[in-house]
Design a binder for this molecule. Structure first.
Ligand code: ZN
Length: 329
């Protein structure tokens, strides 16, 4: 029986998991990344977490695997397995593949974490489900995954493969502009999707509306303080019918919809999956999003709109995708 081993290296946690032949997680462990730290110490912990997860599976050893996949933030050279830049980890020119191959005596595949998450969702999540009849296809081949976290992570699968562009950097929907001269993005541009459609974007919008509407129920929802605003504040106050909160949610969904419609215009995928905290709002988010997409996506009279749905693997997508790097449908 074949097993798969994946590591999702993040700014907060290192998640490591083993999957069975059916791509199901059968064991997983987590340890803290503990930034800032020397890259060797962090990779030593990645290797140690592999030993940790194997301890929970008597009968399996490193010899049970043909490779290990790792997803990491930043700009990744997948050929050499080197992270060129990952500012949040403090990684510059870190040879993950070489280092971990020596430690684990297994081939190591390295991928950008958002790409790994898209791959996971494609191979083992929503991408594996039977497509709705309206799409007229047997299985999905083209998927866009959008992860709504502190920032927006996105990965693109075209014709069953991760789309990296000519230099490996493609797929950054979060850094496409939806508001000219808008909010400052850490990437240097203004008005990036990231600054509006991410959880931090929603928090900023919520705070803006609170300051504009001092009487709004947003204030009581946030315990009277701008600092207590979370990604849920606006949705919860909107449920109670508060006008400013409804406007906040509407503005947020319009921003996310702009990202989704842009992705459709460029890639025309069959499915778009949304993961991360705010995606847990479910139909409250998806229904209006589909309504906008229905109106704004460029298509002919007989062209079906892509499925727009919540991701199936959610916060496991990254580690599952990492484990399944190198596998094909
Ligand atoms: Zn940006």
């Amino acid at each position: 029986m074949e097993y798969y081993l994946g590591i999702d290296l993040g700014g907060t946690m290192i998640k490591t998991a083993v999957l069975d032949a059916g791509y199901k997680v059968i064991a997983s462990v987590e340890r803290r990344t503990l930034l800032p730290r020397d890259w060797k110490k962090i990779l030593d912990d990645c290797a140690a977490s592999v030993q940790d997860v194997l301890k929970t599976l008597p009968g399996l050893s490193l010899k049970s695997f043909s490779r290990v996949g790792i997803g990491t933030p930043g700009i990744v050279n997948v050929k050499t397995g080197t992270v060129e830049t990952a500012a949040n980890l403090g990684f510059y020119g870190v040879p993950i593949k070489d280092y971990l191959e020596k430690k684990l005596s297994l081939p190591v595949l390295v991928e950008n974490d958002a790409n790994a998450a898209a791959w996971g969702e494609f191979v083992a999540g929503m991408g594996k489900e039977t497509p709705p009849e309206k799409l007229g296809i047997q299985c999905y081949t083209d998927l866009v995954s959008i992860t709504i976290g502190t920032g927006i992570g996105s990965g693109i699968i075209i014709n069953g493969e991760i789309f990296r562009g000519a230099n490996g950097l493609a797929g950054e929907l979060g850094h496409t502009v939806i508001e000219l001269d808008g909010r400052d993005c850490p990437c240097g541009r203004k008005g990036c999707v990231n600054m509006y459609a991410s959880a931090s974007g929603l928090k900023q919008t919520t705070r803006d509306f609170m300051q504009k509407y001092p009487e709004s129920a947003l204030w009581s929802e946030a315990g009277g303080s701008l600092e207590n605003v979370s990604g849920k504040t606006a949705f919860r106050a909107a449920e109670k019918g508060d006008k400013a909160a409804c406007e906040t949610v509407e503005y947020y969904i319009k921003s996310l919809a702009a990202c989704v419609v842009n992705a459709v215009s460029i890639f025309q995928p069959q499915i778009i999956t949304l993961s991360g905290g705010i995606s847990k709002e479910g139909e409250k988010l998806l229904e209006p999003l589909r309504r906008i997409a229905e109106k704004e996506c460029l298509r002919g009279p007989n062209t079906a709109l892509p499925s727009i749905c919540a991701g199936k693997l959610q916060d496991k997508a990254g580690v599952v995708g990492a484990a399944l790097l190198g596998t094909y449908k």
